[in-house]
Design a binder for this molecule. Structure first.
Ligand SMILES: [Zn+2]
Ligand SMILES: [Zn+2]
Length: 302
């Protein structure tokens, strides 16, 4: 019933632009995650904010008929802007971009998120045409192998992380700042390793992928060697991967291989013309995100 209420036009703004949470420090947020991850996962109740009714024709909106069915496996989902969904498995995040019935998944969440994501594809009545991985960490690659097998969609990633994604090399340990170490030690044992996943297409700086009116690939090393961002110039939408996070405020992502390089990559992303920014961790920003990224970049130390 709640989902039906949310579908009313009067709730439209809430679905499109979610209220910002109280500003919390990155440490607070990560501690919150760390505590969560040391507990057995609660039975999650599916939460779904249905797309605004005014934006979706009834025949094209099967989610309104049964918004809960797709989410029994435990993935929350929000509409960020029309055609862009934010998926939140237990840890990690993913985004689904739609061009009509053609879907592109950006990251995949932890292992086991596949059934809920394929159920979502079915509910939306779309075909998954590609899976783009922003980098090789297990909270982003986790369900790539199962989704590739279930849908036949090719997996795209940068050469710098391909060996890790394919299970040919272990994930290199990040170079941790002192305050990051206890968080890393408490979080990582609770994020399951990803099953190796074949990469079907290596992507590199300057490539333009066939979705969103032309999706430009930016190579942004630092968090990992093969980290990428995706920028859709037509809709001014940016997917940052873990180079940038949004924990109440916009911050440099944690657990980087090379912090100085990650800072440089952050600054590069901040210069892009961006209205909507989607992060590897934290809530998307749906209005004038570029200004927030630039303000955050100005505060970064080298
Ligand atoms: Zn990462
Ligand atoms: Zn991550």
């Amino acid at each position: 019933m709640r989902a039906r209420e949310n579908a009313r036009p009067g709730r439209r703004n809430e679905a499109v632009a979610r209220p910002r949470t109280r500003a919390r420090s990155e440490v607070e947020l990560l501690l919150h995650h760390a505590v969560r991850l040391t507990q057995p996962p609660p039975r999650r109740r599916a939460v779904f904010r249905a797309p605004p009714a005014a934006l979706v024709r009834p025949r094209r909106n099967p989610l309104r008929r049964n918004p809960i069915r797709a989410y029994r496996a435990g993935v929350d989902v929000d509409l960020v802007v029309p055609g862009l969904y934010h998926l939140r498995p237990d840890f990690g995040q993913a985004y689904l971009w739609l061009d009509g019935r053609s879907a592109t998944l950006i990251d995949t969440g932890t292992v086991g998120s596949g059934p809920a994501i394929t159920a979502l594809l079915t509910e939306l009545d779309v075909e998954l045409d590609r899976i783009v991985l922003t980098h090789g960490h297990e909270d982003h690659v986790g369900s790539a192998a199962e989704l590739r097998a279930a849908t036949g969609a090719p997996v795209l990633a940068h050469a710098g992380d391909v060996a890790v994604i394919q299970g040919e090399q272990p994930r290199p340990d990040p170079v941790l700042l002192d305050w990051e170490r206890p968080l890393f030690d408490s979080i990582t044992p609770n994020v399951p390793p990803h099953p190796p996943c074949p990469v079907d297409q290596e992507i590199a700086e300057g490539d333009v992928l066939d979705f969103g009116g032309g999706a430009r690939v930016l190579s942004i090393p630092g968090h990992t060697d093969g980290s990428i961002a995706i920028h859709l110039s037509r809709s001014r939408t940016l997917f940052t991967g873990d180079t940038i996070a949004h924990f109440g405020e916009v911050v440099l992502g944690t657990f980087n291989l090379d912090r100085a390089q990650a800072v440089e990559s952050f600054r590069r992303l901040a210069e892009l013309d961006t209205e909507v920014a989607c992060f590897g961790h934290g809530e998307p920003i749906t209005r004038n995100a570029g200004a927030e990224l630039r303000a955050a970049a100005a505060k970064l130390n080298d």
